[in-house]
Design a protein around this ligand. Structure first.
Ligand SMILES: [Zn+2]
Length: 103
């Protein structure tokens, strides 16, 4: 077990960010595999989340700690995509029920 520098809570050795106070406890580049993880975030990931909100949500949960910038872009994209699809759905049903009422 490691301890958070900020609040002193016990933090899992796997954790990059303290679950208690949210402060980064480990360098992002120095993960257990030692491989350099590309965490660029960016519009492409947001677009992926927007187009496929379910994938965006899953990747957001998986990459929450390892790739905070990328997961944030995915999460925002997924949220926007999800809300947009609900709006489209609602608008569709408004027109659909309007149609039923008239004919
Ligand atoms: Zn902490």
């Amino acid at each position: 077990m490691a301890y958070c520098r900020n609040c002193g809570s016990e933090v899992s050795d796997e954790a990059v960010v303290c679950p208690h106070c949210g402060v980064q406890v480990k360098e992002l580049a120095k993960t257990k595999s030692g491989a350099h993880i590309v965490d660029s975030g960016g519009f492409g990931w947001g677009l992926l989340g927007f187009c496929i909100p379910v994938v965006g949500l899953v990747l957001y949960l998986v990459w929450r700690y390892d790739r905070p910038l990328t997961s944030k872009a995915l999460g925002i994209g997924a949220l926007v995509g999800f809300i947009s699809s609900i709006i489209i759905y609602v608008v569709y049903f408004i027109f659909f029920f309007d149609y039923l009422y008239l004919y």
